[in-house]
Write a protein of this length. Structure first.
Length: 512
């Protein structure tokens, strides 16, 4: 009662840590889909992409991806072109990575226009290295995040390569944000990762990665998207370095000779406004955080939010004489995995490759969401068959695997050294009948000091869809309550809505 009175007297208003309203998010979603960069392999165009060597053009991706030599990498030949005002265009820093899943390598260099047919063994290896079990996301989302982490670093270095102090700086990932699975992925078609900067500051920059596939008519379709924040730091002190990043050109001159250029300028304007919005949201997120470690800026949940949690606890204590199913508790769907960081997992800076954290974090989150699915039917046996299990001679379906739908955020707090011991903890913290959110906390320990407490290195939040999620999950400890409230605020504004997941489920059933 004392806590309730304190909350009532405080009269705290809800300040969301993300988008403020659903309409604001929908406007962002529209701009995100409309503003992506278009590229061309037409040699008659000044914007033509040419094939480049991954070893030299994308050393991060080349050093950490075991399939890098099976991929195709493209970039503009004039990558160091500087504008009159000293800025660089997004296209000049862009990298395009192609997974030739169709079985054909389409070359676009000046030496050869011939296509290579990939032999059956190599194609099987390539597809197996990225494939997933679900029908909606045949390309494993965990692998997507791993390669995004590497490719964004390569784009950051490519963009800063003309800076006077580029030899003295390193780029570190601050976080990945706002990733959404937009359409289903087909493993029989090439997948393109197109990575390019959208905003630069004095010591940081935002990089966007689009995942694309062509439909049957040859039109590119946006499959997935992810935004990454990179920070330029001194190689010795690892402190942010001011004015280390080449300015990004943002020409908004409307006097362009043709409609294509005008449309590209409009897309550039939208990308810039979106990136500036992302910066504002991240600042507001820190200022209104509920995380206890943020000190004075930390604020508690509201009275209404605590009352909703009270109702969840009531729902978990149902009459045993009824057929009602008790709401699950977060502790029932908490899973851990521990790893030792070996040298082959290091990046070019000698630290743990951030993509390893992304891939392992998503894999454990998928594990948690899969077990959370069908909470009421866990004792019923069934055969595993992708996303949906269709009973013989029946129109009913029961989903067996949660559908990966995206990433809210992945925060990088500190680097992890080779030889450290790392523990991933995944918790299902919020759900609706069609969605759930899983928070993964990554902690690191130095084995040379075994009595020391673990240090948090990462915090990730993933989104999954499904048919049989319980309509709520009960947090217990205060740290679980904070995770639950944060996820609930995101779900209310950013979705996905249950009806949106229903559309995806109907598509999956059509695949069958």
């Amino acid at each position: 009662m004392m806590a309730i009175r304190l909350l009532r007297n405080a009269q705290i208003s809800i300040r969301k840590r993300c988008f403020q309203t659903r309409s604001e998010y929908e406007q962002w979603d529209h701009c995100m889909k409309a503003s992506r960069i278009r590229t061309t392999h037409d040699k008659q165009s000044s914007q033509c992409l040419e094939q480049v060597n991954p070893r030299t053009a994308a050393p991060f991706l080349y050093s950490v991806s075991p399939i890098s030599e099976r991929l195709l990498l493209f970039a503009q030949s004039h990558d160091n072109e500087i504008e009159d005002d000293g800025s660089k265009s997004p296209n000049s820093s862009l990298l395009e990575c192609v997974y030739p899943l169709s079985g054909t390598r389409h070359h676009a260099d000046s030496k050869s226009d011939a296509d290579d047919i990939i032999n059956t063994t190599d194609l099987k290896i390539l597809r197996a290295s990225v494939s997933d079990f679900g029908a909606y996301s045949r390309f494993r989302l965990a692998k997507f995040y791993s390669d995004v982490d590497a490719l964004t670093a390569d784009v950051a270095y490519r963009h800063a390569s003309s800076s006077s102090n580029s030899e003295d700086i390193a780029f570190v990932t601050a976080g990945h944000y706002y990733s959404r699975k937009i359409l289903n992925t087909e493993l029989s078609k090439d997948l393109i990762l197109r990575c390019y900067p959208t905003l630069t500051g004095r010591s940081s920059m935002e990089i966007r990665t689009d995942a694309l596939q062509e439909d049957d008519s040859g039109t590119e379709k946006l499959i997935n998207v992810c935004f990454t924040s990179m920070v330029a730091v001194d190689k010795q002190t690892l402190r942010p370095v001011k004015d280390a990043i080449q300015k990004l050109s943002t020409h908004n001159d409307s006097n362009h000779s043709n409609e294509d250029e005008q449309r590209e300028q409009e897309r550039l304007r939208m990308r810039t406004e979106m990136a500036e919005k992302h910066t504002q949201i991240r600042k507001k997120r820190f200022a209104t955080s509920m995380l206890l470690r943020n000190g004075p800026s930390s604020s508690p949940p509201t009275q209404e939010e605590m009352a909703a949690i009270h109702l969840l606890h009531q729902g978990s204590i149902v009459d045993n004489n009824t057929n009602d199913i008790r709401l699950p508790h977060v502790r029932q769907y908490t899973y851990r995995s521990s790893e030792i960081v070996y040298p082959e997992k290091r990046n070019v800076h000698g630290k743990l490759f951030g993509g390893f954290v992304m891939e392992n974090g998503h894999t454990l989150a998928q594990y948690a969401a899969d077990f959370y699915l069908n909470h009421a039917n866990q004792q019923k046996p069934s055969n595993f068959d992708g996303d949906l299990d269709v009973a013989k001679d029946s129109k009913s379906t029961r989903q067996l695997r949660a559908i990966p739908l995206g990433l809210d955020e992945a925060i990088f707090l500190q680097p992890i050294s080779i030889g450290d011991h790392v523990t991933f903890t995944a918790r299902v913290v919020h759900s609706t009948p069609r969605t759930c959110r899983v928070v993964v906390i990554v902690e690191v320990r130095n084995p040379s000091n075994r009595s020391s407490a673990p240090l948090r290195s990462n915090r990730l939040m993933f989104v999954f869809g499904g048919t049989d999620f319980p309509n709520g999950i009960v947090p217990n400890g205060y740290h679980e309550i904070l995770m639950h409230v944060d996820a609930k605020r995101r779900a209310a504004v950013e979705g996905p809505l249950d009806e949106e997941v229903d559309v995806i489920l109907s598509q999956i059933q059509a695949f069958k």
